[in-house]
Design a protein around this ligand. Structure first.
Ligand SMILES: NC(=O)c1ccc[n+]([C@@H]2O[C@H](COP(=O)([O-])OP(=O)(O)OC[C@H]3O[C@@H](n4cnc5c(N)ncnc54)[C@H](O)[C@@H]3O)[C@@H](O)[C@H]2O)c1
Length: 479
């Protein structure tokens, strides 16, 4: 039986159920436990073991203002059919990079927001010895700060969505009109470290998403799922990439079919499996869903996260979680050569984090129809890795930085020179106004990196995970 606890001061929480314990407990169910001696001796490991021994399931319900979690919402708000009432949006993974910015953005726009997160992303950092370039406040401090600045409450459910009982309680308590699902292990290199991380990634992502689908069917049939997929699901075919579907003529017959998927890591494959499960439940149960095949996100500031230092977003630059442009800016700031993998012709779609939050808002405001599985390619521009390196070099020179680029052996298995032309018109048609990568954005990102350069651990910069060397033996990645 899941217990709903409140971390608000008005409740008396027994010491064995302190929020910090609950956060770790929830985040660790199903996590690969076979880490290096370094990490396994940490207090976190102790919590894993005690949690497994007790075989108990705890759910923390936390809110900045006291609230009785078991109270039905029916008396508190009208259904989503009443246009005068704010839509209720559950953001799974709302403590992460994209989720945090989106939660604040939607709250600011007048949506009623709840964050559901196991906080496991913070745990990955502890286990691998990594850290965000920017100091980030605890989720509780973040939410208290937001409430004190804006008067707006964001509800918080801390737990693992792979735990269906926890997820059910969260659905019944919050009664979402839309669910934005960011809550997955999202690093391709992490999924390629060793067998246990590969299995963890697919279990966490695929089972978590399946649970969300079942919770929608069971408790919120009308609810709209906005699921974060990735452009990496398509791979790099030698033809144009369409938005989700392609019309094919074959032996004199024509059909519109799901666009072929050629994912290139166990992480990307988990997203493909998710997409298939969602498409099937749209057909079978009438679920309404939008799959946002997102490109690589860059940038750190949004209007809301810039309001106070405690609202600051995370910025990853390491070889496991750092994404290309953010990583290059940090490398330039600390005088480390930009690390281009292989030939550098790898071309992908990119977008500013300010556009991520805009795209999600557009998807929610224009929901899919019951039974519809809609796919949008969510990026604004395409760049090769070499083009990004050249842009960062130019911007760095303007700031007086001496930026060098080196080619390092490519740890991934991927085409290094290829055709790439992906469609991305559907979000523009809904009203997306893109922030194009400009000199001023690069300046501000570089200045941000310079501001925090003392926090950079240069040992974490080089790639340390090889697609070819993955094996069954548990590995560490930090030196
Ligand atoms: N960041 C990018 O460039 C990018 C690009 C394409 C797609 N995406 C997708 O967007 C989503 C968010 O990415 P991000 O960069 O914000 O990742 P992130 O790791 O910063 O955030 C993910 C959040 O989900 C939470 N989470 C993970 N598993 C969970 C579970 N089982 N139960 C509850 N919470 C869980 C984590 O604790 C974390 O806070 C991911 O699905 C990712 O695949 C991201």
């Amino acid at each position: 039986m899941a217990h709903l606890l409140s971390t608000s001061c008005s409740l008396n929480i027994p010491s064995c159920r302190k929020p910090s314990f609950q956060q770790l407990n929830q985040g660790l169910i199903g996590l690969p436990t076979s880490f290096t001696v370094k990490t396994s001796k940490s207090p976190i490991q102790t919590v894993i073991l005690s949690a497994q021994r007790s075989q108990r399931c705890h759910t923390v319900y936390a809110t900045a203002t006291p609230f009785t979690p078991t109270q039905s919402r029916s008396g508190l708000h009208q259904s989503s059919n009443d246009p005068s009432k704010a839509k209720r949006v559950m953001i799974i993974g709302g403590d992460g990079y994209c989720g945090w910015a989106t939660a604040l953005h939607l709250s600011n726009k007048g949506y009623e927001v709840a964050i559901v997160d196991s906080l496991i992303r913070r745990l990955f950092d502890h286990q691998l010895g990594l850290d965000s370039l920017t100091p980030i406040a605890s989720i509780h401090d973040r939410l208290r700060c937001w409430k004190s600045l804006t008067g707006k409450n964001i509800e918080l459910y801390i737990g693992d969505i792979c735990d269906f009982e926890f997820l059910s309680e969260s659905f019944k308590s919050f009664e979402p009109d839309a669910v934005v699902h960011f809550g997955e292990q999202r690093s391709a290199p992490y999924s390629m470290i060793d067998r246990s991380r590969a299995v963890f990634t697919q279990h966490n992502n695929v089972i978590g998403t399946l649970n969300v689908l079942f919770a929608m069917k069971e408790f919120r049939q009308e609810c709209h799922l906005v699921k974060l997929g990735t452009m990496g699901e398509y791979g790099t075919p030698n033809i144009d990439i369409e938005e989700g579907y392609i019309t094919i003529n074959h032996n004199g017959r024509t059909d519109t079919l799901p666009y072929p998927k050629q994912a290139s890591s166990f992480y990307h494959l988990s997203k493909v499996h998710d997409s298939h499960n969602i498409a099937f439940t749209c057909k079978a149960w009438g679920i309404r869903a939008t799959d946002l095949n997102q490109g690589v996100v860059y940038g750190v500031r949004t209007d809301e996260t810039a309001m106070h230092e405690e609202l600051c977003n995370r910025l990853d630059y390491d070889g496991v979680f750092g994404t290309a442009l953010n990583r290059f800016c940090v490398q330039a700031a600390v005088g480390h050569p930009l690390t281009v993998y292989g030939k550098g012709g790898q071309t992908r779609g990119y977008l500013d984090i300010r556009d991520t939050v805009q795209c999600v808002e557009l998807a929610i405001a224009n929901p899919a129809q019951p039974g519809e599985f809609r796919v949008f390619n969510q990026f604004t521009e395409q760049f090769s890795v070499n083009q990004l390196a050249a842009l960062v070099t130019k911007a760095g020179e303007k700031l007086g930085l001496d930026v060098k680029t080196i080619s390092v052996p490519n740890p991934r298995v991927e085409a290094e020179e290829h055709y790439y032309n992906a469609k991305h018109t559907k979000l523009i048609e809904l009203g997306l106004q893109p922030h194009i990568l400009s000199d001023s954005l690069l300046d501000s990102l570089l200045n941000f990196a310079i501001q925090f350069k003392d926090r950079v651990d240069s040992k974490q910069i080089m790639p340390s995970v090889s697609w070819r060397k993955i094996g069954t033996k548990p590995k560490t990645v930090a030196a």
